[in-house]
Design a protein around this ligand. Structure first.
Ligand code: ATP
Length: 477
């Protein structure tokens, strides 16, 4: 893990953003709990996504489908037969890797050494292997031909590449048998497809329209050692947009643009985001691009924009025997709509924000650790400090806190020197700190300190809310 990544993991635990799940029992690998500040950040991000999809588009409705679904759903979607990852084991260290990621890591290494030609050649071999009939064999051959060594032991002592299904399964009811085997959903999308007609009819939608959903998904990931980047239980924010066949590329381009802008508007510098075209299109897709962010562990996917054709509706129509077609009242045609989906990871978005916000700054010979979250996403928006614990200052600070709590998460802190209180709030990314001093109790003014510039302004207490609203609206990363 990189230095910066380790610092982010440690801050997350120390300040209550994210904890390892079941830590008192030694932890459960690749599962995490959001602490008091993490849950605020997560709620702010998911609310922002929801608003940008459902509130801002009158032709998009929301849905909250169940995690457990009829097992035929996963047969129809192709997950039972093909939701596999290729895995390979280092026989010496017993560490398990995803074969495609091992090769990608090797290519990155070649590029870092300036061996671009060799990297291009291996990349082409990877693309060929991913598209080969027997993908596992193809990947194994690349690893052998390039003599790719294990990142942990440095050995070249591999097992064969095997395919491994990522779905978690369980049983419904008291008896465990193959008849009642069900799955924890590995993506939220299928809940949307099977509800296509329900939402269309009740929402009185005509194509084009969309269905948006935020919810948990589960994948038995082989390699999960990168904090909340790759979890076995995670949350997705997905929107499936149903269009007339033939118009999918237009919708695809429009959604690509809108989704990239959403990440920029989360306060992510544009230079840290890029597009990545899929090397291998999934069996159902006719175009697929990922939005990648430059994490301390390298450029990685945060969101996928996929043009999924009519694959899913057609598959559910075939497997369920129920018509999934749409009757277009304008043209009197009947067709299966095509789908463009935007599929973002909520946890990965949180990780981009943690990585992007983390700053260490030199201030008066000291290091100031400050999380520069976009103020509209910061877990705590404002902190109220009485300068001293007497002379009416705590009462005035608490009164202002309760006024601000109508609109913001506002916290009260009277412990320690003011400088230390500022630093505590900087570390969790609180954009505004309001201090109530002796002048405040006599003339009603308070000082508002800005997290980023550390400058203070003195304004009447009743103007604090409007000051903050204006400052949040004008904030730039
Ligand atoms: P990867 O190639 O990283 O395994 P994917 O291409 O399988 O990801 P999708 O199926 O397109 O991912 O899922 C959409 C989004 O869900 C991803 O962009 C990512 O943000 C999120 N996601 C997928 N798997 C995980 C996971 N194991 N942990 C956290 N987020 C995930």
């Amino acid at each position: 893990m990189s230095d910066l990544f380790e610092k982010i993991v440690s801050l997350s635990k120390r300040r209550g953003f994210i904890f390892q799940s079941s830590e008192v029992y030694g932890g459960l690998s690749a599962t995490y709990d959001y602490g008091p500040l993490g849950v605020e950040l997560k709620r702010n991000v998911s609310q922002r996504w929801w608003n940008s999809m459902v509130y801002k588009h009158s032709n998009i409705s929301g849905l909250d489908a169940s995690i457990l679904m009829h097992p035929s759903v996963w047969k129809a979607s192709g997950h039972v037969d093909a939701f596999n990852d290729p895995l390979i084991d280092d026989k010496t260290s017993k560490m398990r890797y995803r074969a495609d990621q091992l090769i990608e890591g090797h290519i990155e290494k070649l590029r870092r050494k300036g061996k671009d030609e060799e990297a291009d050649r291996v990349y082409q071999a990877l693309v060929d292997a991913l598209n080969a009939e027997d993908m596992a064999k193809g990947l194994y051959e690349v690893i052998m031909a390039e003599e790719i060594r294990s990142p942990d032991s440095g050995m070249f002592d591999w097992t064969e590449v095997r395919q491994f299904n990522l779905m978690f399964d369980t049983h419904a009811g008291p008896v465990k048998s193959t008849d009642n085997k069900i799955y924890l959903r590995p993506e939220t999308a299928q809940g949307i497809f099977v509800n296509f007609h329900n939402v269309r009819e009740t929402g009185r939608h005509q194509v084009p329209f969309g269905i948006a959903q935020i919810g948990k998904a589960f994948r038995n990931e082989i390699v999960a050692r990168q904090f909340i980047f790759r979890m076995r239980e995670f949350e997705q924010m997905e929107m499936q947009y149903f269009v007339k066949p033939g118009s999918q590329m237009e919708a695809f381009e429009a959604w690509r643009e809108e989704r990239m802008q959403w990440h920029v508007d989360n306060g992510i510098r544009a230079s840290k985001l890029r597009w990545h075209e899929h090397e291998k299109l999934a069996h159902y897709a006719d175009a697929a691009f990922d939005i990648q962010y430059e994490f301390p562990i390298g450029w990685q996917e945060v969101e996928g924009i996929h043009s999924r054709t009519d694959f899913d509706l057609k598959a559910h129509q075939e497997h369920s025997g129920k018509k999934m077609e749409y009757f277009d009242p304008q043209t009197n045609e009947k067709y299966l709509p095509f789908v463009v989906e935007t599929s973002a990871g909520l946890d990965r978005t949180i990780l981009t924000l943690l990585c992007e916000a983390y700053r260490e700054e030199e201030v008066d010979g000291d290091t100031r650790l400050v999380m520069k979250f976009h103020p509209k996403l910061a877990p705590i928006t404002v902190a109220l400090f009485p300068l001293v614990k007497k002379d009416g200052m705590p009462e005035m600070a608490k009164k202002l806190q309760s006024d601000l709590q109508e609109h913001f998460l506002a916290v009260y802190d009277e412990k320690g020197a003011i400088g230390r209180r500022y630093r505590r709030m900087d570390e969790v990314g609180t954009p505004y700190c309001v201090t109530i001093d002796g002048e405040s109790t006599s003339d009603g003014t308070v000082t508002v300190r800005d997290r980023d510039t550390m400058e203070q302004v003195r304004i009447p207490a009743e103007k604090v809310a409007s000051y903050m609203i204006e400052s949040i609206a004008n904030w730039k990363p």
